[in-house]
Unconditional design. Sequence first.
Length: 140
Amino acid sequence: MKLVGIKTSASTVAPNTGGSPKPSPTVSASVTVSAPPIQVVTGQIPNVTCTSAIAAQQAIEQAGFKFVGSFVPNTSYPNGTVFKTSPPAGVAPLGSEVTAFVATGPAPSGRRVINPCLLILQTINPGILQQFATPTPTPH
């Protein structure tokens, strides 16, 4: 506790003429209490867009966050695919909730829907994708 200041003042009373009361001083104090700063430990929310709900849950929990699944109709993503999180990928306090929005798939209409996750994959150099698609021999 830190004492900031004390003020005193005398009340004004008629001069003491025998039976009159004597002035008594008035004291007032103000106190400021400051708490120690709170330290927040943060972590990195992983980008789980275009993953399955189970993979997203595992990644989010392994990163130190609480997983919350929200299943939402979304005509742009296949059933069971995460299409966003709240908060989005980035830094957040560890232990906080991360909601993964999981598509329940396009409404049954018979029309073909373009998967945005496949569009992202199409922008990657095919040589890089091939590198992961072809098993490489393990040296002995």
